[in-house]
Design a protein around this ligand. Structure first.
Ligand SMILES: Nc1ncnc2c1ncn2[C@@H]1O[C@H](COP(=O)(O)OP(=O)(O)OP(=O)(O)O)[C@@H](O)[C@H]1O
Ligand SMILES: [Mg+2]
Length: 395
């Protein structure tokens, strides 16, 4: 016999993961160690539900459970499970390497090196996927580093942390989900705070500024700062550890106890269309943007096209590079910008229009050419730019 869990659909999000946990709790109470989980009726999957489901499934299997998963029916949904890493996660196969233009697949990590390279490629992807209002990319980067690092510092798990990231250009949102299946917040905090007597009590304590299990290790800014960022942005967050569950919905908190997650889940969704006052959210502290810093050279922002793409023939590449450059420029408003065309043999007019001419139009001639310089621009590419800028400015 196995315990049958069916999702009624059509969507699967965080509260459906919580429903799964409730069922798991019941199965455990009845002495069951086998689950059959049926996604047949679900037609839309959110990463904030699926990433913790995959991590918990692996944790159960590692602890002797049998978990059968009935995947969604439609072929395109199975393909989606494949590309975003959920299928590989459930089956304990290697995570897919590629990233799409709007997602980084669910990926396990066990070391700081793995995490850094993952975060690097994820931020690169995010920065190319849409235009961020001031402060949003930096806030996202800060929170992501804090939350993902907490797993390595505190979870004390033999199992990996899991990280997934998604950009929603149509909704103007970005999201990350970080999951671990380690000791959980109550267990790490209790020795230093013996008064804690519940999972939700531990969680509420952990989100106060300055709460850390060990002053030698941390300062207690990670969780509280992340939630302050979510609130000031009017975003969404879930923080779940053991039975403690805190949800922020458009900045409004709800907290209580529910079915237990072994370890910690943190999800953060930020609207990108409104600026975030990061100094205000982080108690006057403005973090150094590691990712955007890489582009700062002796003479300002240095943006080398050959390092960013291999093809300069189409609009979508041009748009992605414009988003990225725009997002980097927003972090360094006083720096000149050098665009290096080395290695660009053939640049199409549509690429040039999307990448450069739209920026000229947005900033105006004087502001643009006051700030930009081109390096290694071939005569042919210069002519292409002249043409598309002229056309763009006249519409
Ligand atoms: N993934 C996790 N697993 C177990 N416990 C955690 C996890 N994340 C956070 N905690 C607990 O919550 C406490 C607060 O976390 P928070 O990130 O706010 O501060 P910190 O990590 O201690 O310090 P800082 O982030 O400033 O370096 C931690 O000290 C730890 O006890
Ligand atoms: Mg921390």
């Amino acid at each position: 016999m196995s315990w049958y869990i069916e999702f009624s659909g059509p969507k699967f999000g965080y509260m459906d993961y919580v429903y799964f946990l409730r069922q798991l709790d019941s199965a455990r109470l009845s002495g069951e160690t086998r689950l059959e989980v049926d996604f047949g009726k679900v037609t839309f999957f959110y990463p904030d539900g699926m990433a913790p489901f995959v991590a918990t499934t692996r944790h159960l299997v590692n602890n002797g459970w049998g978990v059968g998963v009935i995947p969604p029916r439609q072929k395109d949904l199975i393909d989606y499970w494949q590309t975003v890493g959920w299928l590989a996660g459930i089956r304990d196969e290697k995570a897919p390497l590629g990233t799409g233009s709007t997602y980084v697949p669910l990926t396990p990590y066990t070391s700081g090196e793995e995490l850094n390279s993952f975060i690097r490629s994820a931020l690169d992807l995010m920065s190319k996927s849409q235009a961020f209002s001031d402060g949003v990319l930096l806030a996202f980067e800060w929170a992501l580093n804090e939350i993902a690092d907490n797993v390595l510092v505190h979870a004390e798990s033999s199992e990996p942390g899991w990280l997934q990231m998604t950009s929603y250009p149509n909704k103007n949102e970005v999201e990350f989900v970080v999951v671990d299946t380690g000791r959980g917040i109550r267990s790490t905090l209790s020795p230093a705070f013996p008064d804690i007597d519940s999972d939700i009590g531990a969680l509420m304590k952990a989100i106060e500024k300055g709460t850390t299990r060990n002053r030698e290790i941390g300062q207690g800014n990670g969780l509280s700062g992340t939630l302050r960022i979510a609130r000031s942005a009017g975003g969404w967050a879930n923080l779940h550890s053991g039975r403690g569950l805190l949800r922020l919905m458009e900045g409004e908190p709800q907290s209580g106890e529910d079915a237990p997650h072994q370890g910690v889940v943190v999800t953060l969704t930020l609207p990108t269309s409104q600026p975030i006052d990061i100094a205000e959210a982080l108690w006057g502290h403005v973090p150094v943007p590691a990712f955007e810093m890489e582009y700062l050279g002796d003479h300002g922002i240095e943006f080398t096209l050959g390092a960013e793409a291999t093809n300069f023939g189409n609009r979508s590449t041009g748009e992605r590079l414009r988003f990225k450059l725009r997002n980097i420029m927003a972090q360094h408003p006083d720096e000149p910008v050098i665009v290096d065309f080395q290695g660009v043999d053939l640049m199409s007019a549509s690429f040039a229009d999307e990448f450069i001419a739209k920026l000229v139009k947005e900033l105006g001639y004087v502001a643009f050419f006051g700030r930009f310089r081109f390096r290694h621009l071939s005569e042919f590419s210069a002519q292409t730019l002249d043409t598309v800028i002229g056309q763009r400015m006249s519409v």
